[in-house]
Design a protein around this ligand. Structure first.
Ligand SMILES: [Zn+2]
Ligand SMILES: [Zn+2]
Length: 378
């Protein structure tokens, strides 16, 4: 054995065997059973439904509710997320959140980020769970003291093993008995489903830190990737998430695929979720403009002093317009609230001002984009 190999922490056999066996059974069992017996439509639908339930329990529950506290949820919803999280077999919500908070706090730090992307694809995807890399801080839950006050979190943490076995084995068997094909259900809804849930979540730690765009920040490796968002119920907008992690949304545009956000918002209409936190539009636009300017000045060799000065002036002016627009908008919103009790004669004028400033900002933004594309033309 080479020195570097012997220096590595010991293998965690339970994790290694669970990942290896579930993968092997899914890879061999699905085609074999599909060819010899076939899977019914009911089983395929159960597969999709179970992937969605376990997957969203991780994204809406473990991630956005517990790890980041981006909204509050009714106890009934928290119990569903706790059960779905156990079905996803990704450790307890308490442990998962503790790891994830370390990831955000020390992102890309190879010693302190539990799944640092700078240690490569394999390590950040699954390798970090196969050896005792986390042994020194495994039972340190100091960074999740707030979650220890949530009885649902602590109930799931205490009974995690029983809940995991009950859900991940009991659920496929129950589906199988209902549809009259227990082995088919165990292979498809049990094994294959678990492998899909595992690796799509793991892609966020690996691929979403390697593949995609960085529209908001390049201070860490996180990327925005629409394709990964599709596989992960909206978690693929990871560049946005790392800079604005207190936001309950990851895909902030209406056309971005973020079913986790849609679920959290829909539940708020039913009174099941509340206190949904959003980043102020001004902060989002500012981060984007700063990033565009940074990319341009890093990429284009601008030797001409006047071009550089012109770009800097345009950039400063754009930020000013952005601030003006959002200040006027805030004033309007404040006065609209007041106007509910007293008549404000200037409300219409203020609306006009906001519309005017918005148009001016958008026009300037367009102009700035043109400038970024052809800086030498100026
Ligand atoms: Zn996060
Ligand atoms: Zn990340």
């Amino acid at each position: 054995m080479s020195k570097s190999q012997s220096d590595k922490p010991g293998i965690i056999w339970l994790n290694t065997l669970v990942f290896a066996i579930t993968f092997a059974v899914a890879a061999i069992g699905v085609p074999w059973y599909g060819l010899t017996h076939g899977f019914s439509l009911g089983l395929w639908l159960a597969l999709i439904g179970t992937i969605a339930f376990a997957g969203i329990s991780i994204t809406a529950g473990y991630h956005r509710l517990w790890a980041h506290r981006t909204y509050d949820a009714h106890w009934s919803l928290r119990i569903l997320f706790a059960l779905g999280g156990a079905l996803a077999v990704q450790n307890s919500a308490l442990h998962w959140s503790s790891d994830h908070r370390e990831h955000h706090k020390h992102v890309d730090d190879n010693d302190r980020d539990p799944y640092s992307a700078k240690r490569g694809f394999w390590y950040s995807h699954i390798g970090w769970m196969l050896r005792e890399y986390q042994a020194s801080r495994y039972h340190d839950y100091n960074n999740v003291k707030d979650l220890q006050k949530d009885p649902v979190v602590m109930w799931q943490h205490r009974h995690y093993l029983a809940l995991t076995l009950l859900t991940s084995i009991g659920w496929p068997i129950a589906i199988g008995l209902l549809l009259g094909d227990v082995w088919g259900a165990v292979i498809l809804v049990g094994f294959a489903r678990l492998v899909i849930n595992h690796h799509t979540t793991f892609f966020i730690n690996s691929l979403a830190h390697i593949w995609g765009k960085q529209p908001y920040t390049d201070r860490n490796t996180a990327r925005d990737n629409g394709f990964l968002a599709f596989l992960t119920f909206g978690e693929g907008y990871h560049n946005y998430h790392h800079i604005f992690s207190a936001d309950y949304r990851n895909g902030i545009r209406w056309w971005q695929f973020d079913p986790t956000k849609w679920l959290i918002r829909s539940c708020s209409w039913l009174g099941l979720t509340s206190n949904l936190k959003r980043t102020h539009g001004y902060q989002i636009e500012k981060a984007k403009i700063e990033m565009q300017f940074k990319k341009l000045t890093a990429r284009t060799p601008i030797r001409c002093e006047t071009t550089l000065q012109k770009l800097q002036d345009e950039y400063d002016a754009l930020l000013l317009r952005l601030r003006e627009y959002y200040q006027a908008r805030k004033q309007l919103l404040d006065n609209k609230t007041k106007a509910l009790t007293e008549q404000m004669p200037t409300l219409e004028e203020m609306q006009d001002k906001v519309t005017e400033l918005r148009a001016a900002f958008l026009e300037h933004k367009h102009h700035f984009k043109m400038l970024l594309r052809h800086p030498q033309a100026y």
